[in-house]
Write a protein that binds this ligand. Structure first.
Ligand code: FA5
Length: 346
C-alpha cells in the first residue's frame, strides 16, 4: 500500500528529473512544453497527487507541502534556465559585434566624371592659347539660338537641330553658338573665348544623345584669317589626341553652316575601325567632332561689329564625341548610365 513517504519520495524525484530534462533544452517553447508535462493538469505531478485520496488524512498535509515544494522547484528551474539562455544569447551578440580596434575597410575615393575631366582638359588647352571661358543660358531665345546666327524660321538648317520648345520663341539651346552672340553683344573685339556647356536636340543613337555637351570657340580681331582657324584647330587636335592610341588623322572638310563663310567640318579618323568603316562612323571611316568657319559678316551685322574692320573664326565641337574617340567609348549612352564599372576606368 502507498504511503505518504512514498508519494513524497516520488514528488522529489520528479523535481530532480525535471532539472535533467530541461538542461539540454535551448529555447523557451520546448522548456515551457516540458514544464507542462510535469505541472499541467495531466502532468506527472498531478498523476502522483491522484494517489493523495488513498492516504490517511493525517499524512496528506505533508504530501501537499512536498507537491508545493516541487512546483516551486520546477518554476525556479524554468526561470533559471530562461535567464541562462538569455545571458548566452547576449554574450553571443556581444561576441559578434564590431571590434572597434580593427583597421577600417578602405573606401574607394570618387573622381570626376570622364566628361567633366575632358571638359576641364579642353578648357585648359584653349586657356594656354589665351582663350577665356564664357557661359550662356541653356534655356535660350529663338533669336540667339537661330535668328542671329542667320538661321531664320524657314531655314532648312533648323531641321537638323530640331529641339525642345519651352514656349514660343524660347528653346533649349541646340548648340553653344548662341554664346557667340551674347559674347559679341557684351564685349567689343578683340574677343577670344571658349564656351563649354550642355545642349539639347531630338537625337538618339550610338553617337547622338538628346542631351550632350559642346565646346564653342570664338575669336574676333583685326586680321584673323582661315589659317589662324586651321592652326588653332590642328594644334588643339594634336594636343588632345597626343598619346591616346596614336595614329588618328584629322581632316577639315568643306561644309555649310549659315553663320560662317567658309565653313568646315572637323573629322577624325574612326578609331573603332581604323578607317575601314563601321557602325559608329556609318561606314565612312571618319567621325565628325565639330564644325567651324569664318564668322559670316551677316552675324557681325546682327551684333553691331564692323565687318570691314574685324574678321573672326568660330568652332563648335561635341565633347562626348571627342572623348569617345580618345578613350574608345563605343556608345554615347555609357556616359550617362552611371555604371561604376564604366566610370571607374577613367
Ligand atoms: C553645330 O552645332 C554648330 N553650332 C558648330 C559650329 C560652331 C559650326 C561654330 C561653325 C561655327 P553640329 O550640328 O555639326 O554643329 O554639331 C557639332 C558637333 O556636336 C558634332 O560634330 C558632334 O560632335 C556633336 N553632336 C551633334 N549632335 C550630337 C548629339 N545628338 N549627341 C552628341 N554629340 C552631338
Amino acid at each position: 500500500m502507498t504511503t505518504g513517504s512514498d508519494l513524497i519520495a516520488q514528488l522529489e524525484r520528479l523535481g530532480d528529473e525535471f532539472a535533467a530534462v530541461i538542461a539540454p533544452l535551448a529555447d523557451e517553447q520546448t522548456i515551457r512544453a516540458a514544464q507542462a508535462q510535469f505541472l499541467g493538469k495531466k502532468g506527472q505531478v498531478s498523476e502522483v497527487m491522484k494517489e493523495l485520496g488513498r492516504l490517511p488524512p493525517v499524512d496528506r498535509p505533508l504530501v501537499g507541502q512536498a507537491a508545493n515544494r516541487v512546483k516551486d522547484t520546477i518554476a525556479a528551474a524554468v526561470d533559471a534556465r530562461l535567464v541562462a539562455l538569455a545571458a548566452a544569447r547576449r554574450a553571443a551578440d556581444l561576441a559578434r559585434t564590431v571590434d572597434v580596434t580593427l583597421p577600417g575597410r578602405p573606401c574607394g575615393g570618387g573622381h570626376l566624371h570622364l566628361l567633366t575631366q575632358v571638359r576641364l582638359e579642353l578648357v585648359g588647352i584653349f586657356a594656354e592659347l589665351g582663350f577665356a571661358v564664357a557661359e550662356g543660358p541653356q534655356i535660350e531665345t529663338d533669336w540667339h539660338t537661330f535668328e542671329a546666327l542667320a538661321i531664320p524660321k524657314d531655314h532648312p538648317a533648323r531641321d537638323m537641330q530640331d529641339t525642345f520648345y519651352v514656349a514660343d520663341e524660347i528653346v533649349l539651346r541646340t548648340h553653344t553658338s548662341p554664346v557667340q552672340i551674347r559674347t559679341m553683344q557684351g564685349h567689343p573685339p578683340p574677343i577670344r573665348i571658349v564656351a563649354p556647356g550642355v545642349v539639347y536636340r531630338r537625337d538618339d543613337d550610338a553617337t547622338h544623345s538628346p542631351m550632350f555637351t559642346q565646346i564653342e570657340g570664338l575669336v574676333v580681331d583685326e586680321g584673323v584669317r582661315v589659317s589662324d582657324l586651321k592652326g588653332v584647330l590642328l594644334h588643339f587636335v594634336n594636343r588632345f589626341y597626343a598619346g591616346s592610341g596614336g595614329g588618328l588623322d584629322v581632316r577639315l572638310r568643306p561644309s555649310y553652316f549659315p553663320f560662317v563663310e567658309p565653313g568646315v567640318e572637323i573629322d577624325m579618323s574612326c578609331r573603332f575601325c581604323r578607317g575601314g568603316g563601321c557602325r559608329l562612323c556609318k561606314g565612312s571611316g571618319w567621325i565628325e567632332i565639330g564644325g567651324a568657319g569664318m564668322v559670316d559678316p551677316d552675324v557681325f551685322a546682327q551684333v553691331g561689329i564692323d565687318s570691314e574692320r574685324y574678321t573672326g573664326f568660330a568652332f563648335g565641337m561635341g565633347i562626348e564625341r571627342m572623348a569617345m574617340l580618345r578613350h574608345g567609348v563605343n556608345d554615347i549612352k555609357l556616359y550617362y548610365e552611371g555604371d561604376l564599372r564604366f566610370l571607374d576606368q577613367f
